[in-house]
Design a protein around this ligand. Structure first.
Ligand SMILES: [Zn+2]
Length: 206
């Protein structure tokens, strides 16, 4: 009758792993393809093509607070250019003090690196961002997500008196009332629709 030792004594197990060339070879092979993905493509692309590709990579970064919106939908990605071989993305903060600002900048930089670029993100303060920079596509996405898109600079009577006309994202009724100045994040206010009685977030206008 043979008696096997389980688990094997520590020293024995370790030395077996270290000297096992099969293990080492497997690891280095597995690591290699993943590593090479991060290198820029072999073919030299011209600057315009590289800038377009860098823009697409940066533009697809989602907003951390409202993931249905990309930085392009929000209108905060101002430009992406290639300068001395570095992809430079210029991003404008949304709300000052919004904790998402730094997260967005880091995500844009990471997206550019993943696309094979050396990357830098510059914060651009001017012209300042307002909710008018949100694209039509972004507004449609917000509405589909159940968040009332911010009112555009309005010429309605209510707007003249400093009131915001907020349409219910579900039924479109303008008979809505603000319940709270702050919704799920500081950038949103909580409203309720008087027609369908549903509460909803309103992306605050600045
Ligand atoms: Zn409604």
């Amino acid at each position: 009758m043979t008696t096997a030792l389980y688990p094997p004594p520590c020293g024995e197990g370790r030395s077996a792993q270290r000297s096992g060339t099969g293990v080492a070879t497997f690891i280095s092979n597995a690591h290699h393809p993943a590593h090479s993905v991060r290198h820029p493509p072999h073919k030299r692309e011209d600057k315009t093509a590289a800038e377009a590709r860098a823009y697409v990579a940066a533009a697809a970064v989602p907003d951390p607070e409202i993931p249905v919106l990309t930085v392009e939908d929000l209108g905060i990605l101002r430009s992406v250019t290639i300068e001395d071989g570095v992809a430079v993305a210029r991003v404008t903060p949304t709300y000052t003090g919004c904790p998402a600002v730094l997260a967005i900048e880091l995500a844009v930089e990471a997206a550019l690196r993943d696309a094979g670029f050396e990357a830098r993100v510059e914060r651009v303060m001017s012209p300042a961002w307002t909710t008018d920079w949100i694209t039509e596509e972004g507004r449609a996405k917000l509405k589909a997500y159940g968040i009332a898109p911010p009112a555009k600079a309005s010429n309605s009577i209510r707007a003249l008196f400093g009131e915001t006309e907020v349409a219910c994202p579900r039924c479109g009724s303008l008979e809505t009332a603000r319940i709270s100045e702050f919704g799920s994040t500081a950038c949103k206010a909580l409203y309720r629709c008087e027609a369908c009685h549903e509460p909803f977030d309103y992306f605050k206008c600045i």
